[in-house]
Design a protein around this ligand. Structure first.
Ligand SMILES: O=C(O)CCC(=O)C(=O)O
Ligand SMILES: [Fe+2]
Length: 347
């Protein structure tokens, strides 16, 4: 069992120190695990070769001391563009289904007859665009804080991507994929994906526009928010495989199938302690793998804002991959944020 008091936690020194290497992925080799490590650099990083040839493509792998790995140029460009179009099509279909469902709901006469709109009424503020999610594989149930079955399995194109990911994970048997659409300006509140029901690494593949993801070491405030009674129950009722996710910065809610949230940033550090908040840019066609300290003891989230480093945000899509374990019990070294070790995993 791990540490259940903050003072007992041993944090890695220099969490954002990293090594960078380039590996060459031969054409068609991703699925048969034939990787050829071509170059290795240390700490300072290096630019990946942009040369593309019939022989395959280069990935840039950045490994941070805290357990975060970022793989840039993950897919060959052609495969990446096909995947992006497939996902856009999934969301177009989702919109179409919603539109059809809406059109069968009887309209309130008042809302469609402008002649009876009260005089002097203010024009309604444009609704904020919200993050949307499509779920494949087991879902997270916010009433039990645990995973529940979902009859919609991973489609083939997701399964193919999982095959390409396998060489980068330590045998994690991914059985859940959550595809999310982030309209420009939207985000996801900081959270630690619940320990007990998701095994080991949590992965996120980015498509469309890049975005900055913020990371912050967990603290006591994070823990309090994580284990506040039934904070997510109100958004747990959907049984379909799609949801509009909660998107209020600092809210505890999230419909992507996980999690435990805190406000942004999670809590103020004591006056003598500098904030550990740190942002990493996730470019399109990058795979972000969270393991060890960053997975179990740091929050991750995306702030709702229009720009990152002065660059306007665009439409972003992500696919979160996880291994759901219905009977999971976590024995990590970060007991402060661990639902199993805090006796919070099941009611
Ligand atoms: O969109 C992302 O890259 C991350 C999403 C996430 O953190 C989650 O689904 O738990
Ligand atoms: Fe997450």
């Amino acid at each position: 069992m791990g540490n259940t008091t903050m003072d007992d936690i041993t944090w890695v020194t220099d969490p954002w120190g990293h090594t960078t290497r380039i590996i060459h992925v031969p054409c068609g080799a991703s699925r048969c695990n034939m990787y050829d490590s071509r170059k290795s650099t240390s700490r300072t990083g290096s630019s990946p070769s942009s040369a593309q040839s019939d022989d395959g493509h280069d990935q840039e792998i950045i490994e941070y001391n805290n357990g975060l790995t970022l793989i840039n140029h993950f897919l060959p460009p052609e495969a990446y563009h096909v995947l992006l179009e497939t996902i856009k099509e999934d969301f177009r279909e989702l919109e179409e289904t919603k539109r059809r469902e809406q059109s069968t709901i009887p309209q309130n006469h008042d809302t469609i007859n402008p002649s009876i709109t009260p005089k002097n009424s203010q024009p309604k503020a444009k609704p904020k665009l919200r993050r949307q999610a499509i779920h494949y594989g087991p879902k997270y149930d916010y009433t039990t804080n645990h995973a529940c079955p979902n009859s919609i399995p991973n489609p083939t194109y997701i399964q193919n991507l999982i095959e390409r990911i396998k060489p980068h994970i330590r045998g994690l048997d991914i059985n859940q994929a959550t595809i999310q659409y982030y309209p420009p300006g939207s985000g996801i509140p900081p959270h630690i994906d619940t320990h007990s029901c998701f095994e080991d690494e949590i992965l996120s593949f980015s498509l469309g526009a890049g975005v900055n993801m913020g990371f912050q070491r967990g603290d006591w405030g994070t823990r309090e928010k994580m284990f506040a009674p039934r904070r997510c129950a109100a958004i747990s009722t959907s049984t379909s495989n799609s949801d509009v996710a909660q998107n209020t910065s600092g809210s505890n809610g999230n419909a992507t199938g996980q999690t435990t949230h805190s406000s942004t940033p999670s809590t103020s550090p004591k006056p003598s302690e500098p904030s550990t908040y740190h942002e990493i840019h996730l470019p399109p066609n990058s795979l972000c793998i969270m393991s060890n300290e960053i997975r179990y003891a740091w929050t991750h989230g995306i702030r709702s804002r229009a720009t990152d480093d002065g660059i306007k945000r665009g439409d972003r899509y992500s696919i979160t991959f996880r291994k759901v374990d219905f009977e999971g019990v976590c024995a990590c070294q970060y007991g402060v944020w661990c639902d199993s070790q805090q006796g919070k995993s099941k009611d």
